[in-house]
Design a protein around this ligand. Sequence first.
Ligand SMILES: [Zn+2]
Length: 51
Amino acid sequence: MPSTMEVKCVSDDCELDMFENHYTYDVPDDHAVGDLSCPYCGGSDLVEIEV
Ligand SMILES: [Zn+2]
């Protein structure tokens, strides 16, 4: 079953506070927050938020 992870962008120039990353079945096992990029600013200053 897919899991959901809350991700926050910490870039000073970004107005996006938080978004949900919905895992899908085809995500590799080693997928991590470091592999994501912000959908708003395209940066990689993302931190995972425990929910
Ligand atoms: Zn951002």
